[in-house]
Design a protein around this ligand. Structure first.
Ligand SMILES: Cc1ncc(COP(=O)(O)O)c(C=O)c1O
Length: 395
């Protein structure tokens, strides 16, 4: 019987094998696992890749519960765990690339993903071509005989373009290219990558899965075809996490659905309010018609969350400082996905480093906001006061 998402998030991974009858699995700390007999050791060694206690780096029952839950929620064959989202991205790329290969990377990727390609992969002799997130059929023209990985991030970091994932995966698979997506915005539930042909779904679980801004955590869920390679390569890179962090990831999953619903309701309300403000040039919220790729959001996503951007008319760094300093509820911080509201500003020049093919083409300051779980009227009042400070500083 296929369960509805809320039921799945409550029950996934709560196997008595891991929980021992409690609602939640105990935090099982271990480096060393000991065996009672030669036969028991032989069996554990043989099954070490398959959620069997063997040695701490392969995980304990707390990890197994979280891995099982993530694989079930995203619909893949298995889930590898990493100390942060960046480690999940880097390890997944390393698992499927070698010297002489070529990777197609979306131009709107998270900045450290770009830096990893431009520095680490380059040093290992892997070439990267960046492509426009809205490229569609033209992706075909960028494929080379040595293209081995297509990397998607949808919506894109900061500028929020939603990609036509099924079209791009179709093209890639005609050339035997492995498709990886950074699915952090989709949070594993609002976008189901395996239904659209993706091979590996990576998340900064640091964001919505954990949901409380207190843990760094990465996950990569792979389909059957790619699971063994991803798992073993990540293991050889020494990727593992503490059982406490696995526990907190699992705990976050239980409330993910209700948190996302509230983030969604409030963020749409704030985005619509922003669209009406005279200072705002445009809003980039995937759930609003004005966002590039909104039609793919409507077709492929079951919901949104609290993260979006808006661009104001003009750029005045002193006024931007006045906007940001003095906010009551929006704190400045390089993250999102927690219960709290956040804001960051990007001046248009910063995109010269962040984009090489998809010039965002606007001249105003971009604000990226994360709409948290505070009362939405308080958040709107905070933004209203910020615009007043901005206008005052412009005089
Ligand atoms: C889209 C996206 N992917 C990956 C990451 C990296 O995650 P972590 O900070 O856990 O390394 C981030 C972090 O902000 C992100 O926004």
């Amino acid at each position: 019987m296929s369960e509805k998402r809320q039921t799945q998030l409550v029950s996934a991974g709560r196997n008595k094998k891991w929980t021992n009858g409690a609602v939640n699995p105990p935090v099982q700390r271990a480096s060393t696992i000991t065996f009672n007999s030669v036969e028991e050791k032989r069996k554990a060694t043989q099954n070490r890749m398959n959620k069997t206690l063997f040695y701490g780096r392969r995980g304990t029952n707390t990890h197994f519960a979280f891995q099982e839950a993530m694989a079930e929620v995203e619909g893949g064959a298995g889930c590898a765990l990493y100390p942060c989202g960046t480690a999940a991205i880097a390890s997944t790329l390393l698992a499927f690339l070698k010297t002489g290969d070529h990777v197609l990377m979306v131009d709107t990727c998270y900045e450290p993903t770009r830096d990893f390609c431009n520095n680490t992969l380059k040093r290992y002799g892997v070439e990267t071509t960046y492509y426009d997130p809205m490229i569609g059929d033209d992706l075909e023209s960028l494929i080379q005989p040595n293209t081995k990985v297509l990397f998607l991030e949808s919506p894109g970091s900061i500028t929020m373009e939603v990609q036509d994932v099924p079209k791009l995966t179709d093209i890639a698979h005609q050339h035997d290219i492995v498709v990886v997506i950074d699915n952090t915005w989709g949070a594993g539930v609002n976008f189901s990558p395996f239904d659209y042909g993706v091979d590996i779904s990576v998340q900064a679980a640091t964001k919505y899965i954990v949901g409380h801004s207190d843990v760094m955590l990465g996950t990569a869920v792979a389909n059957e075809k790619h699971w063994d390679q991803l798992r073993e390569e990540s293991y050889l890179l020494g990727q593992c996490i503490s059982p406490d962090d696995a526990y907190l990831g699992l705990r976050g999953l239980r409330t993910l659905d209700v948190r996302l619903k509230q983030h969604q309701e409030s963020s749409i309300k704030v985005a619509k309010w922003l669209e009406e403000q005279p200072e705002v040039d445009f809003v980039r919220h995937p759930a609003l018609a004005s966002c590039p790729g909104h039609e793919f959001y409507e077709r492929d996503f079951s919901g949104c969350n609290g993260l979006f951007s808006f661009v104001i008319k003009g750029s005045n760094p002193a006024a931007t400082t006045a906007f940001l300093d003095g906010m009551q509820h929006f704190a400045m911080g390089y993250s999102w996905g927690g219960f709290e509201s956040l804001v960051l500003a990007n001046e248009p020049e910063s995109f010269k480093q962040l984009r090489t093919v998809a010039n965002p083409g606007f001249t105003g300051t971009l604000f990226r906001v994360h709409i948290g779980l505070e009362n939405v009227e308080d958040l709107i009042a905070d933004l209203k006061a910020a615009f007043e400070r901005y206008n005052e500083a412009c005089k």
